[in-house]
Ligand binder design. Structure first.
Ligand code: FES
Length: 132
């Protein structure tokens, strides 16, 4: 007889909130294929990749070591599995501990990393590059 309706209503509302969050985690995470941290393939216009340089696109690094040749790698540094931060005209750079990697093949230029970046696949369709 002393049961209060509010805890039950709160519990129901709380469950609904959790359900909404769960649904969003399952279906609301696609802010676009280029969104940083998004899983799955990423796309970028080839014209946005500098010749002799590159760009971080989503979870990938895309480079154009020579005109018209595109390479892609996972953006995770092989030293401690943290994202690299920069692509210069000389290297893919992880500033965490100073590792750098080749634009052409992801091989280690300077440590402490000892393994190359994991290669990804680039597919060109017109001016659009899809990296997976
Ligand atoms: S995590 Fe990249 S150099 Fe250490």
């Amino acid at each position: 007889m002393t049961a209060h309706p509010h805890p039950t209503r709160r519990a129901v509302l709380s469950s609904a909130g959790i359900a909404a969050i769960t649904l969003c985690l399952g279906g609301c995470g696609s802010a676009g294929p280029d969104a940083a941290g998004s899983a799955g393939p990423a796309t970028v216009p080839a014209s946005e990749i500098p010749i002799g340089g590159g760009r971080i696109v989503g979870r990938f690094v895309v480079t154009q070591p020579t005109k018209g040749t595109f390479e892609a790698f996972s953006y995770l540094c092989t030293h401690q599995n943290l994202p690299v931060q920069q692509v210069t005209d000389a290297a893919i750079v992880c500033g965490r501990h100073g590792s750098s990697f080749s634009l052409a093949d992801g091989s280690v230029l300077t440590g402490p990393a000892t393994k190359p970046l994991t290669k990804a696949t680039v597919t060109a369709n017109g001016d659009t590059l899809t990296i997976s």
